[in-house]
Structures are given as C-alpha cells and as structure tokens.
Design a protein around this ligand. Structure first.
Ligand code: IPM
Ligand code: MG
Length: 371
C-alpha cells in the first residue's frame, strides 16, 4: 500500500543490522495485516558510514532524517573505530542526529515484564511491577557545551575540558515534557541534578520548580541529587514515576534503571523534538538503549526486543497508533511468558533462541493475537 508516512531506517553497526532485520519483518507484518504502511528508506550511520563514506554522519543522512516523519535507529560503534578522534567516531553519528534534529527530549521507559522478574539482579520484590520513565535532556549540557577539548599547558602537561551549560529555555522545555508525561502516568515527577555543587544544577532546580508552580501545580514534584537518585534506584525504584534529568546524569541513571529490568536488551527509547506549531510535526528518532555489542555481533545471538519495542514506541508517539503499539508489546510479553529467551535474558533450564528465532516467535504470536 502506498503511504505518505516517511520512515528512515538506520541500522548502524554491530548487532544493529541483525536486530533491525527482525524489526523489518514486523514492519512487513504490520503492513500486510494492519495496513500500517510506510514509505521506508534505509541509510548509513556510524562506523558503517565511516567505512563507506569516510564520515560517521553524511549530509545525505541528515537530510533524509530531517525529511522523515520518524527515524528508526539501530546502534553505532565498535573497537575498529575506537582510536579515531572524537569528531570522526561512530558515536558522532547519533550525537549529530540528536543535535541536527533538535531531539531534546529522550524518553527511556524502564518496565519490568513479569516473566523477566528473575532476570533482574535485584530481588523480585523490589522490581516486580516496576514501571518508571526516565526523561533525559538530550541536546544540551556537558555533551555539547563549549569550551571543550584537550590542551597542552606551557609545562607540557595536558588539560581536558568540558563544559556543563544550560539555559532557562532548555530547562523549561524539558520540564514541560516531564510534567506532561507524568500527567498521563502516576502524576509524579522527580527532578534530578547536583544543586549542592553545580550552579547549573541550582538553576535547573529553580526553573523546574517555577514551571511546576505556574503551569503544572497538580503534578507532584520532588527534587533529588543525582548520586542519591542512583542509590534510590537500586534501593527502592518503585518510589519513582517520571525522573527528569540533564544529558549526563540522564545517561547514567537510565543505564542504571535499565538494569533493574534484567537486561539492557529489553529497553527502547524515543527522542523527540519540539512540535512545529505550523505543521504539527515533530522530529523523532527511536532507538534501543543498548549499544552495538560488537562482542556478539554477527553471531545471531542478539536480543531484538528493544529494537522491536522502539518500533512500537515509534507507532505510539509519532503516529498515534497506540493500538498497534499495544499489539506488539503484548506479543513481546506473551513470547517472554512462553519462555522464549535470547541468551541475555536466559533463565535456568531454558535453551536460548537465536535473534531470528525470537523474530519467528514474535510473528507467530502476532498471527495468534490478530486471528
Ligand atoms: C546512550 C549512549 C550514547 C550517549 C553514546 C553512544 C554516545 O550511551 O544513548 O545512552 O552517551 O548518549
Ligand atoms: Mg548511555
């Protein structure tokens, strides 16, 4: 079926292409069975782009991403590119896309599936039923602040510099997304910084509080220092609903939250730009939280579920296709309940399935659910 919805697929490096292969099967299934049709093109990013084009992010990929309604991203990076300078590394591919598309809001849900409670390194009673959302600011802070660099001092020693910097508009817009998300969940936001040591953190706290008081007084707001938050996440994660934090703390806390669920291989994410008031469109990119896992790449062992659920998030957030997203998430849950596991989420007495077998199981489950 022809479609006016443009999807750009960027598999990237490592396990990216093999897990994306399984997602493409589900995209096809959705097209045939649910008439969810896209105009799909595939592009290069990261190490794959370095090898083919000499740079991790070409102008062509940027233009395609800007023109797309949504980008489905795999993962980038690998040891063969680790010695390149920062601006030539695969990671620049994703960082550049976040910046070019102004994807300032990064939604990282951490949800524990009942079937996987035992895969968590935490006790079942701590993580059962867990459902939190980490909202990470994605285009500011120390990741992009200037000055940055490594300089050699007159005495021959070196100095490395990065700059943490946030403006009030940057804080206000991420705060609004946090309160809006919380409004559709349990109505609680915990804002995280280091206001006890950093001026930017102090300002962050004041700005978030003001947006709360003036625009979202009905949502519960608390503030927490980032170190305490890391501790609370492993001590009593159920106290949280939405956690909002800056780029660096959000990076760290979301890995921590992800592990509560048992595997990084389970977690999707959405990165959203601002809604254009004229067109109603917003740039959006969806990617699994896990990296390119070069150690298992090409072996057919990788867990495709985070990539699959990134596609579900894409349907939900970019195209308002909540029912189709629910269907995919239900299929994932059922497959897990039936004991189908890749190696990363294996439990005793079960034989792990391959990436492709996980795809087979999902498609069979979707057939069942749609019958
Ligand atoms: C993430 C990753 C990236 C980041 C890397 C790959 C640049 O860790 O998306 O969390 O640090 O933002
Ligand atoms: Mg990270």
């Amino acid at each position: 079926m022809p479609s006016n919805k443009k999807l750009l697929v960027l598999p990237g490096d490592g396990i990216g292409p093999e897990i994306m292969g399984q997602v493409r099967r589900i995209v096809d299934w959705m097209d045939k069975r649910r008439h969810v049709s896209f105009d799909i093109s595939e592009g290069l990013v990261g190490g794959a782009s370095i090898d083919a084009r000499g740079t991790p992010l070409t102008d062509e990929t940027i233009a395609d991403a800007l023109a797309a309604d949504a980008v489905l991203f795999g993962s980038v990076g690998g040891p063969q590119w680790d010695t390149l300078p920062f601006d030539m590394r695969p990671e620049r591919g994703i960082l550049g896309l976040r910046k070019e598309l102004q994807l300032f809001a990064n939604l990282r849900p951490a949800k524990v599936f009942d079937a996987l409670v035992d895969a968590s390194t935490l006790k079942p009673e701590i993580v059962r039923g867990l459902d939190i959302m980490i909202l990470r600011e994605l285009t500011g802070g120390i990741y992009f602040g200037e000055p940055r660099g490594i300089e050699t001092l007159p005495d021959g020693t070196r100095r490395g510099i990065n700059t943490q910097v946030y403006t009030t508009p940057e804080i206000e817009r991420i705060a609004r997304v946090a309160f809006e998300l919380a409004g559709k969940r349990q109505r609680r936001v915990c804002s995280v910084e280091k206001a006890n040591v950093m001026e930017s953190g102090q300002m962050w706290r004041e700005d978030v509080q003001r947006i709360h008081d003036t625009e979202f007084p009905d949502i519960e707001l608390s503030h927490m220092y980032a170190d305490n938050c890391a501790m609370q996440l492993v001590r009593a994660p159920q106290q949280f609903d939405v956690i909002v934090s800056d780029n660096l703390f959000g990076d760290i806390l979301s890995d921590c939250a992800a592990m509560l669920t048992g595997s990084l291989g389970m977690l999707p994410s959405a990165s959203l730009g601002a809604v254009d008031p004229d067109t109603g469109r917003r740039h959006a990119l969806y990617e699994p939280i896990h990296g390119s896992a070069p150690d298992i790449a090409g072996q057919g062992k990788a867990n495709p579920l985070a990539q699959v659920m990134s596609y579900a998030m894409l349907l939900r957030y970019s195209f308002d296709m909540g029912e189709d997203a629910d269907l995919i998430e239900q299929a994932v849950e059922n497959v897990l309940s039936a004991g189908v596991r890749t190696a990363d989420i294996i439990s005793a007495g079960i034989k792990p399935v391959s990436t492709e077998q996980m795809g087979d199981a999902l498609l069979a489950e979707l057939d069942k659910l749609a019958a």
